[in-house]
Structure formats: C-alpha cells, structure tokens
Design a binder for this molecule. Sequence first.
Ligand SMILES: [Zn+2]
Ligand SMILES: [Zn+2]
Length: 839
Amino acid sequence: MDAYKPKAIEAKWQAWWDEHGTFETDPDLSGPREKKFYCLTMFPYPSGTLHVGHGRNYIMGDVVTRYKMMCGYEVLSPMGWDAFGLPAENAAIQNKQLPATWVRQNIDYMKKQFRRWGVGYDWRREVNTSDPDYYKWTQWIFLVLYERGLAYRKKAPVNWCPSCRTGLANEEVVDGKCERCGAVAEKRDLDQWFFKITDYAQRLLDDLEGLAEWPETVRTMQANWIGRSEGARVDFTLEDPGAPGLPIFTTRPDTLWGVTFMSLAAEHPLARRLVAGTEREREVLEFCERVARQPAAARSDAEVEKEGLFTGAYCINPVNGERVPIWVANYALMEYGTGAVMAVPAHDQRDFEFAKKYGLLIRVVIQPEGGKLSAETMTEAYVEAGRMADSGPMTGTPTPSGIPDVIRHLEENGMGAGAVNYRIRDWLISRQRYWGAPIPIVHCPACGTVPVPVKQLPVELPPETAVEFPPRGESPLAKVKDWVETACPACGQAARRETDTLAQWLCSCWYFLRYTLTDEERRPNDKPFDRAKVNYWMPVDQYIGGVEHAVLHLLYTRFISKVLYDAGHVGFNEPFQALFTQGMICKQSPQTGKLEKMSKSKGNVVSPDAVIEQYGADTQRLYTLFVGPPQKDAEWQDDAVVGARRFLDRVWRLVEGALESITNVASYDGDGSNLSSAGRTLWRKTHQTVRKVTRDIEESWQFNTAIAAAMELANTFSQAALTEAPAVARLALESMVRLLHPFVPHITEELWQALGHEPSVLAAGWPEYDEAACAEEELEIPIQINGKVRARITVPADASEEAVREAALASERVKKVLGSAEVHKVIVVPGRLVNIVAK
Ligand SMILES: [Zn+2]
Ligand SMILES: [Zn+2]
C-alpha cells in the first residue's frame, strides 16, 4: 500500500461516485415508503464562496445521507441555489456585476466546493430559483394563492429598509432592524402585495404539536410569533353618531369599568381623522409621524419613556356609557389588536405610567382579597387576581376566573364578544427590487387587477442590461417601458405589468418539491412537480439548517404547504418531519479578540480550500464533526486540525500493517469462546463500538462522541490481537472502516478496497452488533493489604483504575481486615491486583 495521500484518493473517489451515479435515486414509487429517506439541507444563497463554518451543515447532512444509505434506505439527497433576492442582488451590485452573471459564477465555484468536500448529491435534481423554468412555478404558486383569495394588494404602512430600498415583511425585521443589512427599518405607506397567512394562524399553531421531531426552541419561537391571545372584542363607539365604530381587543375585559382613556397607535387612520381641521391637527400629525418612524421594538420596550397627545376627541365605553378621551400614544402599536388600546391605568403598568405623567384619571376596579387599594396611594399598577369592584352589574365577580362571565355580559348586551387575537400579520410579499420573480399580475384600466394565465407563464424578467442599477426605491422594472407595457390578458387592451417582484422567501417555499423531479423529468416543464413523486418523497424525513430561519423560511414554508394541500396539489399538510438546527462554527476574531461567527467583516473566515490543500477533505470533515456537539456552537482552532489528520494517518497505518496477516482470512463471526485474551478484547470492543456509534447517530446525532468511540477502537487494536486472532483483526478493521465512512468517505472507500472488497463501502451496509458480545467480561482481582493477599473482588475487565480502587475499598472483607487502620496508599495494577498500604 502507498502512503496516505488524500489529494489523489479524494479526486479518485469523487470521480467514482459521479461515474457510478452513487447518489442518484430513482425509486419504484409503488414500493413501500418505509425505506425512503428524504435528507434535505437548506440550500445556500450563491452570493460568494463557502467557508468551513458553512460546511458544517452540509457535511452533517452528508453523514446522515451516507448512514441511511448504508442502513438500506433509498435516500434522496439534492442540492440547489436560493439565487433570487437581496443577498445576491446586493452582492452583485457591490461587485459591479449583473446578478445573473454573479450568481452563475458563484454557483460554479460553490458546486466545486461541495464536490471537494465529498458531499453526495443527486445533481440531476439541482434547482436554481432564478431560472425562468423554475420561477415560472413560483409565479404559479402566487396565482394559486390569488385564486384562493389569499393574495391581495393594499396600501398600508409597511416596514421599509432605507439601505436595501425595499419593503420588508415583519419577519424580516429583527429588533427593529433589517434582517439582511442591519439598517433601522422605517415605516412607509406603500401599495404592497400581501399573503393572508393570518387565515392560517390557528392551523400553523395547532400543527406545531405534531412536530415532535423539531427542536423545542423553534416550535416555541413560532408559537410566540403567531402570538395567540384570548380575550374579547369590545365595541367602543365614537361620539359623532355618523362615525364608524371603534372596536378594540383586550385580554382583560374584567377591567373594562376602569378604562379612563383610549390610546391610538400613531399609524391608526382614525388619529388623522379625529384631528382634521382642529387646532390640534398640526401637533398631533407631527407627533404621529415622528413616532411612526421609530422601530416597533423600541416602542414596545417596557423601559421606553411613554409619550402621547390628546386628540380632543372622545369615545363611549359601552359598559357604562362613559366618555373616554382618545389619545395617541407611542406605546400603542398597530400590530397589536386593532391599533386602538383601552387604557386601564390602575391595572396596566404602561397605562399607569402614562396616566401619572399626563395627570389622567386612575380608577381601581379590581381589589385584592381583603385589601382596599386606592388610586391616590398606588405606586404601580395592580395586576394580580382579586374581585371586580365599581364594575356595575359585574361588581364582586372573582377575577381572572370570572372573565368568561364578563364576556357573556358583553355578548348578551351587544357590546362585544369573545375573541382571539393573533400577533402575526399578513406576509408582505412584494419587493421593489429587480432580482426576483415578477409578480404575475397585469393592471388594466378596464378590468383592474388581472392574473396572468398559467399558460403565459413565466413572466420573464427583462434582460438585466435594460434595467437600471442600483435600486432607487421603486422597482427598477418600472423603468423598462417595453416590458411594462403589455396587453390585458382579459380584454386585450393596453395595460401595465405589475413591477414589483416576489420576495425570495416564496422561491424557497417549494424548492424541495421541485427536487423530486430530475432534469429529464422536468421537460417539457408543463408542471411544477409530479403529484405521485411528491407524495412518495414528502414529507422531508430530515431537514437541516440554521435556527435563524425559525420564523422566516420555516414558517412561510409551512404556510405554503398548507395552501397547496388545501388546493389539492399535494397530499401532505406539514413539509418537514424532523428538523435539526446546527450550531455555528466560531473563531477568534483578530479584530475583536472574541469568539465570533465566521464572517469576512470579522476577519476570521477559514477557507476550506486551504485546509483541504494542506490536510485533505476527510480531515476537514472529521475535524468539523469532532469539534463539538453538532447542535451547539463550536470553536475552530487551526492548530487542532492536524489532530484529525493524525487519526486518519493512524487508521491508514493500522490497515496497512495488518494486510499481510489478514489477506486470506475471513472476518470473524464466532461467539468469542475460542479466542485468546487479546483477540477477545478486540472482538468485544468492536461490537461495543458498533453499538455506541449506531446509538450516537440514531439517538442524538452525537457525531463527535461517535468519532471518539472509533478512536478508542483504534487504540484497542493490538499486535497481539493481530497475531493471535487475525480474523478478529479483520472484523475490527472492516467495522472501523464502515463506521467511519459517513464521516470520512474517501479514505474509507480506499481502505475498503485495500481490504479486498469491491467498492463502494456504501453498498457493504452498516455493521451490526451482538448485544451478548458487548457484555463486559469480569475479572477476579486479588487485593493485598500490606503485601498479603487478604481478599478478592470481581470487576468488569475494562474497569477504570478509579473504579477498581473504589470496589476494593468498598469490599466488606477488606473493611474487616483493615479495622481501624488508616489507608495510606492504594496501588492499582489494572487487571492484575490492588495493593493497599495501611497502618
Ligand atoms: Zn436592509
Ligand atoms: Zn382588461
């Protein structure tokens, strides 16, 4: 055997897998689904090169793919490119290139990177979301929603990123900032397209329960984002008899008799109306504009200074007919309820602070048992349980247990009704950017909004050279006259195309369905997917990706899946059976001195190309997997990588050194009874290692401890075992090679062949273990006290020194002999004897 030369070996096996279509799958759809396994790793933005931190989830996905293949599953392992959207467009602009060129170039490079990692994909299924053949069907999905009344256009105050120059969905605004670029998001009144995800709020919440194989954190984040709260709608009215009602939502209808003012959100259309033509108009409008520009997160922060202005108008509280002054307040949010909040300063801390600041009335309507609160002496709102007071017919009702009684009272008197409120808002789907799928709508002066018929899809983007970059705030498509001007699909008259594009999040809501078709099966592209194929493969058995997508991609995808299900296009309601969210690879930043997520701006990026060049891809894979538990963040240390390489060198030398002795020997499959001691030890360790690695992968994805177990097996391999039990040596080496294959696929293919087998080791199957063979042998160990054998104990053969020492001192016989003597020293000779020195 030659020395271990990863470069040559890795290229050889990558070519072999390609030639043999190792990762291509074409199952018999009528076969049983129990043995199908769809392993999906979130596809990347092709906006640059991948670093070793990115590598982690793809490598983990590959471990699962290979492991499942060895376990006899038909595995679907595809990859593609989330190529539309801001990241790609922004990167292209920065690099002074056209997005399509930029994307193409990056895809070519990143594909090479995947290949060099030895990550196995069925490339016949590759998707590129910016390919017209693909986005034709993204547009079709828009039309499915449109036809079902789930897509609508409306002028609304929306999040606006001044840096990305586009509207953003609520989910894209994190702590008041643009999720992509970190700029503080503003509010703007714009005509935008929305998806009615709110219609699905309850189902999205209910079905979280079935997602038992999702991380608890992600389910909680989604539940919080959906934000269901129960309470009542209460129909306040405006004083002006011709005015519309002022319905509000409250979770505390038991405090209705304590309402002393009403807070409107700065964006509430009523604020503008109430002050129109009054002397307060200018001041209130200025206030509203100023507050509306502040991020919602800052406004809802409990610490923020409460601010507001009286509008001069009043509304009527239906429960007691009282006139209630209407204020605009910075802490009232349009996102909550109806944007109008009844204020009960005695029982809500924010209202309390506001009332104190502006000298507004405070009225106690809930008294603690046995207590007598007074508005004059309160220093904070009372929010605990108690009995309703000064509450008309409801006075004396215990609360919160009596809230249903209050709701019944409202319903019986036509003042309101029980209601459920959700925090989630409709999904803003339109973007004022070029690099996305055009929204397939035509605006006709005669017909209004007309959907483009499916047979006219795709509505292709105009060539990039016709479009002006960078974006200026309205869609660049609006400037391409030839493209915008079209004929109405309904009446044929001159009409204009919708110039906004679809958020890239929609492209990634269905890519895993497209993967179920190969290139060939996609022709002539007359359908987005094949129902039978989708229903065979879906739901995805294992999805792998970052937790940052918890309320973005993972929520949107669940929504779109449910819509497609309702429309009869797919037979599943939830797309992802199991979800794994990997931790990040961090590295000390030379700029900040701290451990940071790898990024160019932190100067701590490690290129896989350099690591592979120096040590090989298998070393990089092994180190990435060994660095820590996969769900946790881990630190990359350049000087620790060599340790992974040393282990591979060691495995290589073990096989090389054993070959001569085991060439004509079959792998051992006896019961261990006829083996020498060294042979037995290795035989037992082999079975134990197979059990440990299998369990670590199956139960908790503990790849790091699985690898550590394989390392222990290598340590147990001995010259004595090789000489005395070559058949066991072969069993141990073959097991090690098979167990290591998912982690380090190239070297194990090479060693499998060296051991006299036909490739691929994937076809050799996953090794099995025998529970009986794993059982520890027991040893009887003599115990000397001051040089004389006084007792014997029985311990597991591989018990640690510490365990043997404890067992010796715990022995009843030893205690008796020692009596009151003091133990000075305990010497353990592993597997042989224990010597106790006592006086
Ligand atoms: Zn931005
Ligand atoms: Zn028309």
